[in-house]
Design a protein around this ligand. Structure first.
Ligand code: BG6
Length: 465
């Protein structure tokens, strides 16, 4: 065999490849996470050859790589790259690809489908016709289909072509350092582990604010909206890790089963509770973004109040919010503990996911000196400040690609999780449409519509920052 692994990227000239995948692979080659004998085959329709593609890749890597660019390490990395020009929507083109694979003689294959879901079937079917192909893993990313039923169909097709154990579905939030850390914080500290229930926790807030708007993704985003783009996948992953029962072992199967239980226990929103469960917003100017309908009713902001119907969480609200153009990029989880009495401030545990990675804990003390007054004090642990002078923690895509090469499936989302979450959000969206739930405008640079704050205030809470 000439190569241990061949990583084929369908969509080799797309945004995801340039911004995320190539920079991640470059860093992996610098940190020796990319197997030395690996080939990266970039597939695209455009008229490049390997030399011109490599020159283009250099510019993107310079801009987006986590580790500083160096000529020497790029030269090393460039040795892995090969551009293969092909129209992957043409079933007859796979014969040529098969010959290219024959020449490469790789022991194993990874196929990254960095393309729209409508191309998944034709690529899967095309790959299936290549007879000499060694077993391969397929990586796909949301949206997994246009609708839940088309996603189900595609999923079945991919699973029957490659086997369910070879499908790796990326949710890049699962690759984030502090999201991986939630289970450790929860389960390795008795001080939290023993208080992690509705009896001790008054509310949980999951907030993912973004400064960016829809940028050049208006076409995709307008058909999706904040609920499907962020909540259904990334934020429900966080929710299920926060709320799950302790896994018997921290294996991918156990984690997955416990997370699934949470998603199954998510209480459907009753029609009469809709206004107190969901606030949708749209930033001013969204309808003039490229490829967005001038009459668009798509939400760029969502705030939710959800409940988990099980013994651990009965009665504890989980608030979720996410929005674009909120003037701030900040993702964090706040756990608000119950107060010993109404006059005392609650203890708060804040898990900072990004851009700062860290943990903040607020608690009560006696005011120093003669006073017996109770005041709050806090401890603020900034993880990335400590690591600043060392090599930063890996980017999500570096971890996920490495995990796929190593066959470590706990870093990926499973189909049944996706299906349950998708179904939940679809039902909620239908309910919102049938009840004409208002879409509140908000000014770019603000934290979203004020109705989202009012919703929490109604229940004695507020969004913590
Ligand atoms: C993507 C969404 O999945 O996540 C984007 O499609 C969003 O709309 C992005 O901006 C946020 O990711 P991150 O890593 O910047 O929080």
């Amino acid at each position: 065999m000439k190569y241990d692994t061949c990583i084929t990227i369908f969509g080799g000239t797309g945004d995801l490849t340039f911004r995320k995948l190539l920079p991640a692979l470059y860093t992996m080659s610098r940190t020796r996470k990319l197997p030395a004998r690996s080939k990266i085959l970039l597939i695209g329709r455009r008229d490049y050859d390997t030399a011109s593609y490599t020159a283009l890749a250099r510019d993107w890597i310079r801009r987006f790589s986590r580790l500083p660019y160096s000529e020497e390490s790029f030269a090393d990395f460039a040795g892995h790259l090969e551009y293969y020009r092909m129209d992957f929507s043409d079933g007859t083109a796979y014969e040529g690809l098969g010959q290219a694979y024959e020449a490469l003689q790789a022991a194993s294959h990874i196929f990254y489908l960095a393309v729209a879901p409508r191309f998944f079937s034709v690529i899967a079917a095309g790959l299936k016709t290549i007879s000499n192909l060694k077993e391969g893993k397929i990586i796909i990313e949301k949206p997994f289909g246009e609708t839940l039923s088309s996603a189900k169909e595609l999923n079945q097709q991919l699973e029957s072509c490659f086997g369910p154990e070879n499908i790796y579905r990326i949710d890049h939030y699962l690759g984030k350092e502090m999201i991986r850390n939630i289970q450790t914080i929860r389960f390795s500290n008795p001080v939290f582990a023993n208080a992690w229930n509705g009896e001790m926790i008054e509310a949980v807030e999951i907030s993912a604010l973004e400064d960016v708007g829809v940028e050049n993704r208006g076409g995709y985003y307008d058909a999706s909206g904040a609920l499907k783009d962020m909540v259904q996948n990334h934020l429900f992953q966080i929710l299920s890790i926060l709320a799950m029962e302790r896994p018997g072992a921290f294996t991918s199967e156990e984690m997955h089963a416990r997370q699934l239980e949470v998603l199954r226990a998510l209480k459907p929103v009753a029609p009469e509770d809709l206004e107190q469960s969901l606030i949708l917003g749209q930033y001013d100017g969204y309808r003039s973004e490229p490829l967005v309908s001038p009459e668009s009713g798509t939400e760029t902001y969502a705030c939710m109040r959800l409940f988990i119907d099980n013994d651990r969480w009965n009665g504890t609200p989980f608030y979720i919010r996410t929005g674009k153009r909120t003037g701030l990029r900040e993702t964090e989880v706040s756990v608000i503990f119950r107060r010993p009495d109404p006059e005392t401030e609650p203890d708060i545990l804040l898990i900072k996911i990004q851009p700062t990675e860290g943990i903040y804990l607020r608690f009560n003390i006696k005011r120093p000196g003669d006073s017996e007054e109770v005041v709050t004090a806090s401890m603020d642990f900034c993880q990335n400040c400590i690591l600043e002078n060392q090599v930063n923690t890996p980017e999500a895509y570096e971890r996920l690609l490495t995990a796929c090469i190593e066959g470590e499936r706990s870093w990926f989302s499973q189909w049944d999780q996706i299906e349950i979450s998708w179904n939940y959000i679809e039902q909620l969206k239908l309910l919102a449409a049938s009840r004409n739930l208002p879409l509140h405008p908000y000014l770019p640079g603000t934290r979203g519509p004020r109705e989202a704050e009012t919703l929490l205030n109604t229940f004695g809470h507020h969004w913590l920052e």
